[in-house]
Design a protein around this ligand. Structure first.
Ligand code: NDP
Ligand code: 8X3
Length: 251
């Protein structure tokens, strides 16, 4: 039977690349994001290139009742084989004393609470089916907190902790949990972090060959292709020029 993957935040970057990768592997897809037009364009391309089914669900993961309402539209006739909890953002890059509480709320509500809302709903289905695989997008920031990043790093520390606890919660049900923790990936991430300042966003990758969304999608494709008895717990992946969150050698 054709496998089915649900990917949150599939309208750009890592989520979009993961949708394309899993479709190339023959998965039918359920894609979510807030930008309907972007998601529909991506879905159309994927349908025509890979001949797979793609269902789009447009909602904000910060809204618990919207998560319930939209995810309830997924047919219960077949299991969800893979959930990729990817929707997330960084907002701002500032010292704690001048940080914006609006930015902090956006990161906490999306990266932590949104991931939890979606997981609660989908993991219930996986438990009932005694089958499934959840892949969470953590970050290098989930173990290496850096200056100016207190709340983003805290949110990804939370994803790291949640991933480990959820693995324990779900292991007896035959459900796998994996975490992918990238360093610098050039997507819309920095444009979003700097509230649309594209020049500042470009500067983040100056002198570096960053990872791409496709690099991360390859890893996710590999993780979900392992034999039934193998669980990849945690993959930390950086550009060659980034030794860790604190040292990037620019050329
Ligand atoms: P992008 O900004 O390119 O993509 C983010 C995706 O998340 C978009 O599809 C966006 O869709 C979706 N999204 C954001 N907020 C919400 C929301 N409230 N509700 C629903 N969907 C939402 O960034 P990336 O692809 O780089 O980021 C993907 C994940 O990878 C994030 O969790 C990020 O923290 C993580 N990551 C990124 C790294 C990087 O360097 N780029 C490194 C390590 C981790 P829309 O706006 O249409 O809703
Ligand atoms: C995103 C990459 O370097 O801002 O998680 O932590 S970084």
């Amino acid at each position: 039977m054709t496998k089915l993957a649900l990917i949150t935040g599939a309208s750009s970057g890592i989520g979009e690349a993961t949708a394309r990768k899993l479709a190339s592997m023959g998965y039918d897809l359920i894609l979510t994001a807030r930008r309907a037009n972007r998601l529909e364009q991506i879905a159309e391309q994927i349908r025509s290139e890979h001949n797979v089914e793609v269902q789009n669900l447009i909602f904000d993961v910060r809204d618990e009742s919207a998560c319930e309402e939209h995810l309830a539209q997924i047919s219960t006739e077949r299991p969800i084989d893979v959930l990729v909890n990817n929707a997330g953002l960084a907002a701002g890059l500032e010292h704690i004393d001048v940080g914006s509480t609006e930015d902090w709320n956006a990161m906490i509500d999306t990266n932590i609470k949104g991931l939890l809302y979606v997981t609660r709903i989908i993991s219930r289905r996986m438990v009932a089916a005694q089958h499934g695989h959840i892949v969470n997008l953590g970050s290098i920031a989930g173990t290496q907190p850096y200056e100016n990043g207190a709340v983003y790093c805290a949110s990804k520390h939370a994803v790291h902790a949640i991933s480990q606890s959820m693995r324990s919660d779900l292991v007896a049900h035959g459900i796998k949990v994996s975490e992918v923790r990238p360093g610098m990936v050039e997507t819309e991430f920095s444009v979003v972090r700097f509230h649309g300042d594209e020049k500042r966003a470009k500067g983040v990758y100056k002198g570096v060959t960053p990872l791409t969304g496709s690099d991360i999608a390859e890893v996710i494709g590999w993780i979900v292709s392992q034999p039934a008895h193998v669980n990849i717990d945690d993959v930390l992946i950086t550009p060659q020029q980034q030794a860790n969150a604190y040292l990037t050698v620019r050329k």
